[in-house]
Design a protein around this ligand. Structure first.
Ligand code: ARG
Length: 474
């Protein structure tokens, strides 16, 4: 139905862009359209874009900038566009560049000239910044939920195997006996900090750029506090230039995801090592192993390897956006359209990795016997022997270290473990050693003695588990 506007509006030449082509004589070169259009990837922002537009339109009505009637048409039209997209009936068009113009142009087809009033007091620059913040905020929430699930699985494994003794490594050489629960709790500590980083990033992200307009704000009497609250932001952003030109919220999310990824990649690496025939520390059920098409005996930890590899994509995405942003003068530059694909890929990758690791952790079973046998190799209780010399004989630690070294050498020459040496053998090195020394040479006694705060004793691990469950509500 034609109204006031359609009589007065001057359409742009059919070949130029209907949204901004007023001063253009002709449309873009084909290659220009290809490099310029982002609709193939930024269509992912459709829900955020429509939510942002609806909030903006409600505010325009509330402030008297838009009539109630136009406002209602816009709301209904945007709902219809959303339904078309979700039902797969929406024709995304490259000549309409991006998600913002696709939605608005379709809205104009559906409701007529009222659609043209939606863009009052805003620009695509603040629009995309708003949409993207909303998208990243959801991504942070999804990732946080995934990390909590993984934390739950790690805590359950720590609980179930707090007493299982295993070798602790430095330089991947057996160092001292530890408990399996303690090892799981090391990852709980890392992931808890990751969760903290995500929470911090979310709090800083949660300011609304909408209404910053192109870069300088607007002369319309808009209410940015209203749209901010409507979209669940804590407040509007404070500076319009910064609002449209900053992407540190996306960088921070990817930085947090990268650090989380580094932690998960290390866990994945350990799973690869631990499931090898040389280690056999843990086993997975068939659900998390794959076979080989040529070697029937193989059980490969593919999910762990892929998790390790996908983290590379997350770190790469962070780097890609850091490099896009580092040379840009204020305010908006089209370079910033290249912010989305890295973030989308990083989110897909890290969410998949977190879910896969949660599945793997829940699925694994530690092989307690193998672990205990391995814990005793490599003279792993040598430090316990040195500590005993300090405690029982009041020997300075440096001297105790030296004496222990000579005893280890003796065991090594004989090809036996420390606790297989006789008392006479040890007394040959240090005459004051008594039978009591054998109490500290077993791996069980070794771990049980490490009750210092944060130590590996089962008692200490149980304390760590209780405290973490309390903090996390898990
Ligand atoms: N598709 C654009 C982007 O993602 C939207 C902003 C366009 N702004 C502009 N001034 N051309 O960055």
């Amino acid at each position: 139905m034609p109204d006031q506007d359609s009589k007065t509006s001057v359409p742009a030449p059919a070949t130029s862009n209907q949204m901004w082509g007023g001063r253009f004589e002709r449309g873009p070169a084909e290659i220009m359209e290809r490099i310029n259009a982002s609709i193939d990837f930024d269509r992912k922002l459709y829900a955020q874009d429509i939510a942002g537009s609806k909030a903006h339109a409600r505010m325009l009505v509330a402030t008297g900038i838009l009539t109630r009637e136009d406002g209602e048409k816009i709301q209904a039209g945007l709902d219809a566009v959303k339904a078309e997209i979700e039902e797969g009936r929406f024709a995304f068009r490259k000549d309409r560049e991006d998600i913002h113009l696709n939605v608005e142009a379709r809205l104009a087809e559906l409701i007529g000239p009222a659609a043209g009033r939606l863009h009052t007091g805003r620009s695509r620059n603040d629009q995309v910044a708003t949409d993207f913040r909303l998208w990243v905020r959801d991504a942070i929430d999804r990732l946080g939920a995934g990390v909590r699930k993984l934390l739950g699985a790690l805590l359950d494994q720590a609980d179930a195997h707090a007493e299982v003794v295993m070798p602790g490594f430095t330089h991947l050489q057996v160092a001292q006996p530890i408990t399996f629960g303690h090892h799981m709790m090391a990852f709980v500590a890392m992931l808890e900090r990751d969760l903290g980083r995500l929470t911090d990033a979310r709090a800083r992200l949660n300011e609304c750029p909408l209404g910053a307009a192109a870069l300088a704000g607007t002369s319309f009497p808009i209410d940015r506090h209203m749209t901010a609250a409507d979209l669940g932001f804590d407040r509007p952003t404070a500076n319009s230039l910064d609002s449209v030109s900053s992407r540190d919220f996306a960088l921070e999310y990817m930085a947090a995801a990268s650090i989380l990824g580094v932690h998960l990649s290390r866990l994945a690496e350990e799973m690869v090592i631990w499931t090898s025939a040389q280690f056999r520390f843990v086993s997975f059920t068939d659900a998390f192993t794959t076979g080989s098409s040529i070697m029937p005996q193989k059980r490969n930890p593919d999910a762990a390897e892929l998790s390790r590899a996908k983290v590379g994509r997350v770190i790469g995405a962070l780097n890609a956006l850091l490099i896009v942003m580092k040379g840009l003068p204020l305010a908006y530059a089209k370079d910033m359209q290249e912010d989305k694909e890295p973030v989308f890929d990083a989110a897909d990758s890290i969410e998949l990795v977190v879910d896969a690791m949660a599945g793997m952790v829940a699925d694994l079973t530690p092989n307690a016997e193998v672990l205990k046998a391995a814990a005793g190799t490599g003279f792993s209780t040598a430090t316990d022997l040195a500590d005993w010399l300090v405690r029982a004989l009041n020997m300075p630690f440096r001297e105790a270290h030296h004496v222990t070294g000579r005893i280890v050498k003796l065991a090594e020459t004989r090809g036996i473990d420390l606790d297989a040496l006789s008392l006479a053998d040890m007394q040959g090195v240090e005459p004051r050693i008594t039978q009591a020394v054998f109490d500290v040479l077993s791996v069980d006694n070794s771990v049980a003695s490490r009750i210092s705060f944060g130590g590996t004793a089962p008692e200490s691990v149980r304390f760590q588990i209780r405290a973490a469950r309390g903090r996390l509500g898990l």
